[in-house]
Design a protein around this ligand. Structure first.
Ligand code: SAH
Length: 355
């Protein structure tokens, strides 16, 4: 049995499947899923993320959260949480950077929301001595002040894809053609969840919906609104979804999403408007959506890079300069990646983000 066999069997039994069901099986099938079975990060893996590029990313996000914690009166105890922590690198950098913040470590309990057993093991290694608690979902987070980071978590949540047809929408589905997985379309039908998109789309436009994102955001936002806290959500995407953004990456190269199910990373752009609206329904405030490069510059990444550069020369110095550029430059990750902050309505503005 393989994931491909499983998908074929599922389609033969139930008919063509939504892109969301396909993504969910590919990424998190308990036996064959991409994340379930491997550590996909780093030079030898399929893709690299900001915390794996440089320690500066986790350090600055950590100090930003710690400043928000100080601004809110240093509540204790509080939950320090991360969604989809990968190898645990961001959290390890965050913890090292915040060691000097009086009371922060004494008051925190670390919670990691992670679906992959393989990555949980990597996180345990990276965070040895910190006794993190692993959770299956955000709903298991405690009713406490919540200071949370999520980098490249929401882009891994399954999306459905719709194509505008008159006042209705056809859904993209994955079926079998000539024995191979192939895309097809369901008959057009009204989609109440997309009524607001009839105004800004035309026939043939593709719009994506991530149904899992709103409940996750609401759950976080409700805790922040009730008990205090802050969330920093970093991902690639924009204020509103438009176009087909489903992307497969294998060995750092784009791949056909249907070609090697379970062997390639699958992601889609994040619709930050949907996250902000979900936070709003929980009476939580959200910041302006801010490009990652601008956010990191405001937090002082260039000063931090200078300090790290002082003792370096040659290849080590070149690689630090390249990392700084990669994280901040508009032609690299600086503009494609965005940051959305969540905080209680009356709280001080979050460092690096405008209300
Ligand atoms: N934040 C890390 C890793 C990003 S990869 C970094 O920046 O390096 C996506 C992460 O989210 C992985 O840890 C993956 O296992 C996790 N993940 C994906 N879908 C998930 C889900 N539905 N529930 C919990 N974790 C999930």
């Amino acid at each position: 049995m393989s994931l491909l066999n499983h998908l074929h069997a599922r389609i033969r039994t139930d008919g063509p499947m939504s892109v969301a069901d396909y993504m969910a099986d590919c990424l998190l099938h308990p036996q064959f899923g991409y994340y379930t079975t491997r550590d996909p990060l780093g030079a030898k893996g399929d893709f690299t993320t900001a915390p794996e590029i440089s320690q500066m990313f986790g350090e600055l996000l950590g100090l930003s959260l710690a400043q928000a914690w100080l601004d809110q009166g240093s509540p204790a105890p509080f939950a320090l949480a991360e969604l989809g922590p990968g190898r645990g690198t961001l959290m390890a950098d965050l913890l090292r950077a915040t060691r000097g913040v009086p009371g922060f470590h004494a008051a925190m309990r670390i919670h990691l929301v992670e679906a992959s057993p393989t990555l949980r093991a990597a996180q345990a290694k990276a965070l040895d001595g910190y006794a993190p608690q692993w959770l299956d979902t955000v709903d298991a987070l405690p009713a406490q002040p919540l200071f949370l980071v999520a980098n490249e978590f929401f882009d891994a949540l399954p999306i459905r894809q719709f194509i505008r047809a008159g006042d209705g929408w056809s859904e993209k589905r994955i079926g079998l053609q000539g024995g191979a997985l192939s895309f097809g379309l369901s008959p057009a039908a009204p989609q109440p969840a997309l009524d607001h998109r009839l105004a800004d789309t035309r026939d043939g436009d593709v719009v994506e919906i991530c149904e899992a994102a709103a409940p996750v955001t609401q759950s976080i936002a409700a805790r922040i609104a009730a008990h205090g806290g802050a969330a920093l959500i970093v991902d690639y995407g924009d204020w509103r979804a438009l176009g087909d953004t489903l992307q497969a990456l294998r060995a750092h190269e784009p791949a056909d999403p249907l070609q090697t199910p379970g062997e390639a990373d699958l992601t889609a752009h994040v619709d930050f408007e949907a996250l902000a609206m979900a936070a709003k329904t929980a009476d939580c405030a959200f910041t302006r959506l801010t490009p990652q490069g601008v956010f990191l510059e405001r937090l002082g990444i260039t000063d931090r890079a200078r300090a790290l550069a002082a003792p370096l020369q040659g290849a080590a110095l070149d690689s630090l300069i390249a990392a700084h550029r990669r994280l901040t430059h508009p032609d690299e990750m600086g503009n494609l990646f965005k940051v959305l902050g969540l905080c209680p309505p009356q709280a001080a503005p979050l460092p690096g983000l405008n209300p």
